[in-house]
Design a protein around this ligand. Structure first.
Ligand code: SF4
Length: 410
């Protein structure tokens, strides 16, 4: 469950079972600040985006709604199969209207929804030094490379928070840290602290946007190693690729997707492939995930890449995208353009709409353009490296075999 008042959706509302997002509604001539509720989001092997209920919730009613939603799940949620015991399946079957009806039966009448105040998605990244609303105070967003830190660094951060800030260390869903309440005249002193040399507020591009799950170092469901590999991939990309927009890369060690690979610009899911030398680590690649007003899970590319080849393949993929996005920009801002019409005919589902592109000044999901090219022009896909084509069922059977025949499709 998430509760957020951020207009940039920093709690990733759409992938929660239950999410409260900021909203306003005019009631009896007065604008009331409150929340909308989204239900039924979740990732893993069968991902769903949460759906908005047609109700407006005053802050003091949040608990009542949360109790109502969990009561519905308790009483009507599926219990026959463990992997099916998720609110997302119930919401997908019922739809938001029936879910709302049942909720109102339990908690009483509620006003219909007002205006959702979310205007975009910043993926919960805060790196850098930023002014707070409070006069003279600042917050500093620190990058924790692939989400890994240690007690020594945490003690140093705690000392900084006590001495210069509000005494709190805040964590973000992007695996990073925020120090807040730092006075203007103390910012430079904080930036010179030794711990901020590694946990930097000004990280390199790819290191700043790479998320990884635990992987087989600590997780017995993992198929492959992830944390160290994700760090090496980010370092390689920072050395070899220059790009003027931030690309988010998420790596996970199995289909359970704790590292939220579905919402990444580039999602990487660990698997195994058979080679003449035996089974080796490999990754499935998916591109174009985003949340916010145009939320969409990323789309898998064909093929599977060996783990050792991953840095080089991703560098080629991103450079290929860097060239391709120029065409994407031209086509998507021209609503009557022939390239747009052609693409709509052949791939209605995956092309960014021109009106969306106009609103934001650039395509909202530019990596989809890249996917479109690769998917439809196999000769171009071959330029991306040595993709090893495997039938889709291979990953699941491999995972089951490594875990005593248990299904992990939860
Ligand atoms: S995604 Fe899979 S491997 Fe990674 S932490 Fe979750 S269960 Fe473990």
């Amino acid at each position: 469950m998430s509760i957020s008042s951020s207009i940039y959706n920093n709690a990733q509302a759409e992938i929660n079972d239950l999410a409260f997002v900021p909203a306003v509604k005019v009631i009896d001539g007065k604008e009331v600040i409150g929340f909308h509720a989204l239900v039924g989001g979740g990732l893993s092997a069968k991902p769903y985006l949460a759906q908005e209920l047609d109700i407006f919730i005053r802050p003091e009613e949040v608990l009542k709604v949360a109790i109502g939603v969990t009561t519905i799940f308790r009483d009507y949620g599926y219990r026959e199969k463990r992997h099916h015991a998720r609110l997302k399946f119930l919401v997908a079957d019922w739809g938001p209207e029936k879910f709302k009806e049942k909720l109102l039966e339990l908690i009483g009448d509620m006003p219909s929804k007002g205006e959702n105040k979310i205007v975009g998605w910043k993926a919960a990244y805060f790196d850098g030094v930023h002014k707070q609303k409070q006069e003279g105070l600042n917050y500093i967003g620190l990058n924790v490379p692939v989400g890994r830190t240690n007690t020594d660094e945490f003690e140093q951060l705690a000392d900084i928070a006590d001495k210069y800030g509000d005494g709190l260390i805040r964590t973000t869903v992007s695996q990073n840290i925020i120090l807040a309440g730092i006075p203007d005249d103390k910012v430079d002193e904080v930036l010179k602290q030794p711990v901020l040399q590694r946990l930097s507020p000004f990280p390199k591009h790819f290191m700043s946007r790479t998320v990884s799950c635990t992987g087989n170092e600590f997780c017995n469901l993992a198929v492959v190693e992830t944390k160290e590999r994700a760090r090496r991939v980010a370092e390689y990309l920072d050395e070899h690729v220059e790009l003027d927009e931030k690309i988010r890369i998420h790596m996970v060690g199995c289909p359970n997707a704790c590292g939220q690979k579905h919402i990444a610009d580039i999602g990487l899911q660990g698997a195994l492939v058979k080679t003449p030398e035996g089974m080796v680590d490999a990754f499935d690649i998916a591109v174009g995930g985003t949340l916010g007003p145009n939320a969409k899970f990323n789309t898998p590319l064909k093929g599977r890449v060996k783990g050792d080849d991953l840095p080089e393949v991703l560098a080629k993929l991103i450079l290929f995208y860097k060239e391709g996005r120029k065409t994407a920009n031209r086509s998507t801002i021209t609503s009557s353009g022939s390239a747009y019409r052609r693409s709509r005919r052949s791939s209605r589902k995956f092309w960014p709409r021109p009106d969306r592109a106009k609103r934001g000044g650039e395509p909202e999901i530019p990596l989809l353009f890249f996917w479109f090219q690769v998917r439809n022009w196999p000769d171009r896909a071959s330029k991306l490296g040595d993709f090893q084509i495997r039938p889709p069922g291979i990953l699941r059977s491999t995972v089951r075999n490594r875990n005593g025949g248990q299904s992990l499709q939860s």
